[in-house]
Design a protein around this ligand. Structure first.
Ligand code: PMP
Length: 294
């Protein structure tokens, strides 16, 4: 039985397959070692949102792990658009994956060949509307975010165990997201979202050096906030900064902009989504309708 929409077509290395036949080798190092990179991208009104930014980050991630993507960025951009069209996707989600390819049962990348470039255009299950109206609760995970000097969180790699372990903690605590700290105890990000606080009308978010994935939604929201006249600082944060914030929100491709109203049992602000969060969510929706920045 299919897991995607009916007649879904999946692009692998230039060919389209139905779901049942869209497969990769069990010797692929993407499977054996999580050796590969990926992107999650939204489609709004038939248009692929911020595709250039996602393509750029994919190639940067690939470069960092010395993975040569066997297509030019332009060719891959065209392939993503083509796959969205063929699947007649109006509003949905694209998963773009590049694996190291099949190799021997060892770590040596020289013994691998044929990186698999995969494009899955799918429908998306959104967070319930209630989260946007009432806000989310978070817990701090005991799982520390990967040490940048060991495996940089700036690489969007196929190895997501660090995030999965923290997500398990969120679920155990009855939350949908968990806050992850870096090895210094500073705020890094959530398991699949970046985090922002607002206090005394200043918006703050951790810098990339805090050990985070530099989210494309994060960067778009920083730009929207500045265009709206807000001061936005990329600065180290502690949990205390979140406890005493007036407002807190998360950003991500799937979540967009979602308010946070509690962390570790502390109510943030008055426990309701605040005005800055609501304004940015509205501006973000406008941006998705426009199809991106000019
Ligand atoms: N941090 C992590 C760890 C993520 O997986 C994601 C989602 N890709 C984000 C942040 C948000 O990034 P983006 O806005 O590019 O989706």
């Amino acid at each position: 039985m299919g897991r995607l929409h009916e007649n879904a077509r999946i692009w692998i290395n230039g060919r389209l397959y139905d779901e049942e036949h869209a497969t990769v080798s069990v010797l692929d190092h993407g499977l054996l070692y999580g050796d590969g990179v990926f992107e999650g991208i939204r489609v709004y009104g038939g248009r692929v949102f911020l595709l250039e930014e996602h393509i750029r980050r994919l190639y940067e991630s690939a470069k960092a792990i010395r993975l040569q993507i066997p297509y030019s960025p332009d060719a891959l951009t065209a392939a993503v658009r083509e796959t969205v069209q063929i699947n007649r996707l109006q509003d949905g989600y694209v998963r773009l994956v590049v694996t190291r390819g099949a190799g021997s049962l060892g770590l040596d990348i020289r013994k691998t060949s044929d990186p698999q470039v995969i494009i899955i255009a799918a429908t998306i299950t959104l967070y319930p509307a209630e989260y946007y109206e009432k806000g989310l609760q978070l817990v701090t995970a005991s799982t520390v975010r990967n040490l940048s000097s060991a495996l940089s969180p700036r690489i969007k790699s196929l190895n997501y165990l660090n995030n999965i372990l923290a997500k398990i903690e969120a679920t155990d605590a009855g939350c949908v997201e968990a806050l992850m700290l870096n090895h210094k105890g500073e705020v890094a990000e959530c398991t699949g979202d970046n985090i922002f606080v607002v206090r005394d009308s200043v918006i703050r978010t951790p810098p990339p050096e805090a050990g985070i994935l530099e989210g494309i939604t994060r960067n778009a929201v920083i730009r929207l906030a500045r265009e709206a006249g807000h001061t936005v600082l990329e600065t180290p944060l502690t949990r205390h900064d979140i406890y005493i914030a007036d407002e807190c929100f998360l950003t991500g491709t799937a979540a967009e902009v979602v308010p946070v109203i509690r962390l570790d049992g502390r109510t943030i602000g008055d426990g309701r989504p605040g005005p800055v969060t609501r304004q940015l969510l509205q501006r973000f929706h406008e941006l998705t309708r426009r199809g991106g920045f000019e």
